[in-house]
Design a protein around this ligand. Structure first.
Ligand SMILES: C[S@@+](CC[C@H](N)C(=O)[O-])C[C@H]1O[C@@H](n2cnc3c(N)ncnc32)[C@H](O)[C@@H]1O
Length: 162
């Protein structure tokens, strides 16, 4: 429309409300291998396999669920209520414990700390400004134990942000 501001989609809206469709579209991934790599990397940093993990922007929580299957105590956080519902439903179906929190990865308070935090498959792309990125790093750091391990999957590389 002439003269009107361009509509900017609200974060967490649109495709992410179609949680089952998202799950299907991204089912091509080898989540087990990706979690193997994350755990190997965390183990190298921590000196032992991680017992606790936080997945931010977890979506339907493929990776969080795979970690929970391996007896890691995991919290999955996502902005989308549809994604959170689907993650909880899948945890129940799989019979694994998973804490799911609906929240914003730029500002959250979970009341505890973790050995490892991950943000996968380019989800940091939702941090649209430098302020958002810094806020995410700060709040993630607040939720990490003293030997922090954090990973973000940018395309195919794992990089440390700790
Ligand atoms: C590309 S999906 C990734 C989902 C999952 N990590 C995976 O590997 O399939 C991005 C996710 O980020 C979530 N998201 C977007 N902005 C967010 C924010 N500010 N805080 C938390 N989650 C957010 C969306 O709801 C969506 O589930």
């Amino acid at each position: 429309m002439k003269g009107s501001a361009r509509a900017v989609p609200r974060q967490g809206s649109g495709v992410y409300e179609l949680a089952r469709a998202y799950e299907l579209a991204f089912s091509y991934r080898n989540v087990q291998q990706e979690v193997d790599a994350l755990i190997d990397w965390a183990t190298a940093c921590l000196g032992h396999a991680p017992w606790t993990a936080l997945e931010l922007a977890a979506g339907p929580a493929d990776h969080a669920l795979e970690m929970a299957r391996r007896s890691i105590e995991v919290t999955a956080l996502d902005l989308s209520s549809a994604m959170c519902s689907r993650a909880s439903e899948r945890a129940t179906e799989a019979g694994v414990p998973l804490r799911v929190v609906e929240g914003d990865m730029r500002s959250f308070a979970l009341g505890r700390q973790f050995e490892m935090a991950v943000v996968l498959i380019d989800s940091t792309a939702h941090l649209l400004t430098l302020d958002d990125f810094v806020a995410n790093l700060r709040v993630t750091g607040d939720h990490l134990l003293t030997q922090p391990v954090a990973a973000t999957k940018l395309d195919f590389s794992l990089v440390s942000v700790a």
